[in-house]
Design a protein. Sequence first.
Length: 135
Amino acid sequence: MKDRIKQFIEQKGISAGELAGMLDVQRSNISHILNGRNKPGASFIEKLLVVFPDLNARWLLTGAGAMLEGDVEATQPMSNKLLFENIVPPPPKESVETEYKKIEIKEIPVNEREDDLDRMVLLYKDGTFVTYKKR
């Protein structure tokens, strides 16, 4: 966008200082935008479009269309760059066949005597445990 703002300033034949005065912003704001240090904010763009009603907002924001409203000869085609074209493509999906084995569970003997159970301890992988005692 900074390049389009530079192009617009050249088209109008005004200096960056004059533009700052017209938009009622600091000269340093214009300088930082034109040098790429800062990006223009919404309030700056709004002031620019209000002060220069002939400036095409679509051209200013995207580069599509003519710089000035009603100007047909200065149209530039919009670039077809992808937004995320430099991102690494996802890895190919591989089909994995998994074998399932049937596990037989033998019957667990049930102790019918409740008085044999004193406590139960649950051990966790992180080394902690919980103890449950019979009341």
